[in-house]
Ligand binder design. Sequence first.
Ligand SMILES: Cc1cc2nc3c(=O)[nH]c(=O)nc-3n(C[C@H](O)[C@H](O)[C@H](O)COP(=O)(O)O)c2cc1C
Length: 386
Amino acid sequence: MASHLFTPIRLRELTLKNRVIISPLCQFSAIDGNAVPWHWAHIGQFAQSGAGLCILEATAVSAVGRITPGCLGLYSDDNEAALTRLLKDTRTFSDMPMGIQLDHAGRKASTRPTWDLPKGNNVPDEEGGWKPEGPSPEPFTPAWRTPIELDAAGLARVRDEFVESTRRADRCGFDLIEIHAAHGYLLHEFCSPLTNHRTDAYGGDLMGRLRFPLEVAKAMRDAFPAHKPIGVRITGEDWVEGGLTLDDAVVFAKALKDIGIDYVTPSAGNVAPGMKLPKVVPGYMVHFAEKVKREAGITTMTVGMIYDPHHAEQIVASGVADMVAIGRAIMDNPRWPWHAATALGERIDTPKQYARSSPQHWPAYAQVHGVQLRAGEGVMSHATRE
Ligand SMILES: Cc1cc2nc3c(=O)[nH]c(=O)nc-3n(C[C@H](O)[C@H](O)[C@H](O)COP(=O)(O)O)c2cc1C
């Protein structure tokens, strides 16, 4: 029987060949927000992977909104030129749709990349650190930088920065945008009662706290071509007493759907210290997607320790989520979709240069499974050509 994971899905005018999605993965390797050769290698390997979509890492809408000095940005002409080149080069050998996650790090900006954390969390001023901005002037912990509280003019500016980066993403040639409203960054900080203590219209009850993220999403939707989809990474639960709950996620997802957002990815946590994590087992956040999909009626992507192709298949086949994002497993093995396809008895396109590598193209495998080989496949390594 045909696999559900390898069934196409359509988001507006964009058709993904399958439901395996490469999760956004920060690389902390950019210079002044610009993509560097590492990104060509990193995205290049993913572009050969056969996944249905690759979503580029959290990319800042302003220099202040970078998590670290090494975060990708889409706030300057140089940033735009670098990502345009990256996409143009990638498209010479891959037709994989490319998405980008747009982000503002909020109070969690100006921190060091994970590998430099032993030197301390914050980037000090003398090393180019900066003052973050957030919904309320409260640091993540007393050891973090205290953000500047965004006033009305600041909110309008940040919204416009998201819109400007949206226009840049379109000009770069991205097929899809994912808005980052999770993991304790700015838009999540507005949503959560743990981090939003405003007394104006952008704080207070849930609808007040969702107001700014919804205004940003709506402005981005208006600025991005109607045929290109926009998704949002949201929070299923804060996992901290008094924080966002899964019911809140359903309310947010419904409101996002109403303004034309095409899918949500419920993730969780990282907005405040003192998290009580559930047991982190494969698919530990699938139930978020299931409830949000059922109750908000929106297309969902799930994420979280999904590495077994049969597990991914079962998630999509049972209808609890529409797409499966793979993060660490695909960094570990960028050919994950090839092997998943083989394990599920499917066939996906692989680069012609590598047609002889994948088991699904080996003569013995093809014979046993009745696979019709194409030109260049099934040629053994002792062929006369080398
Ligand atoms: C190195 C690394 C970088 C990440 N960067 C991002 C990011 O840019 N945006 C985001 O929403 N999540 C980010 N995440 C979270 C992943 O996208 C994913 O949600 C998480 O790792 C759980 O999925 P997994 O178990 O398949 O890795 C990152 C995770 C890792 C390990």
